[in-house]
Design a protein around this ligand. Structure first.
Ligand SMILES: [Zn+2]
Length: 218
């Protein structure tokens, strides 16, 4: 599995579709690692001078049909419901002669939808760039992400930009419920990394294991 910088990752888009087959690419990382920002940046760069780029999201943090990033940039996106057939959305892609599809929050897709994404690549020659989390708050790989690891042409890990409070790199997306690291619960509770009754905090492995959220152990 190769590891590319965000800058290089944006450069993997092919110059000419005539030269090569379309590809399915998965870019993954922890929470607050800049996935949505990178997805938006990729879209913005690609849309300079071309109109065949589409953006989808499998659920987002704000309004329906928007991809938003924590640094404040956003773009309209087609909202796809987890589990629904992609057929209607694919027809829209074909009508618009889309050749590049960028997807945010791919971890919320179902395994069947990831398979459908691969058919978009193979049957319609559309490049698909999926961005998402690899693992949930219990450190289990999301089913959609596991499928992407299995069938994507490329998988790139974003650099670990989120740090634990101790300064170590944070690999674990801890779900914090009323100040305690959750050890059970539904995989698909949505939330943000900002403070709240239920929120997410990136921790290093050791402090995830200890459930320690700050230097002052409670
Ligand atoms: Zn730590």
């Amino acid at each position: 599995m190769s590891h590319l910088s965000p800058a290089k990752c944006g450069g993997i888009v092919k110059r000419s579709k005539r030269d090569e087959m379309a590809e399915l690419t998965f870019t993954y990382g922890t929470m607050a690692s800049g996935k949505s920002t990178l997805a938006l940046q990729l879209c913005w760069q690609l849309r300079e001078g071309r109109s065949d780029v589409a953006l989808w999201t499998f659920g987002d943090r704000s309004a329906e049909g928007m991809v938003t990033s924590r640094i404040g940039i956003e773009a309209a996106a087609e909202a796809v419901e987890p589990g629904e057939s992609l057929e209607r959305h694919v027809q829209t892609l074909l009508k618009r002669a889309i050749s590049i599809l960028v997807i945010d929050e791919a971890q919320f897709a179902t395994v069947g939808q990831i398979d459908e994404l691969s058919w978009i690549v193979d049957d319609h020659d559309i490049d698909v760039h999926a961005f998402g989390l690899s693992a949930d708050f219990l450190l289990n790989v999301f089913p959609a992400s596991a499928r992407l690891f299995a069938i994507a042409d490329w998988a790139h890990e974003l650099p670990l930009t989120s740090s634990c409070w101790c300064g170590q790199k944070g690999r674990c997306n801890a779900r914090v419920v009323n100040g305690v690291v959750a050890r059970e619960g539904s995989q698909f509770v949505t939330g943000d990394v900002s403070e709240g009754a239920v929120h997410y905090q990136v921790l290093c492995r050791a402090h995830y294991r200890l459930g320690q959220l700050s230097a002052h152990a409670s």
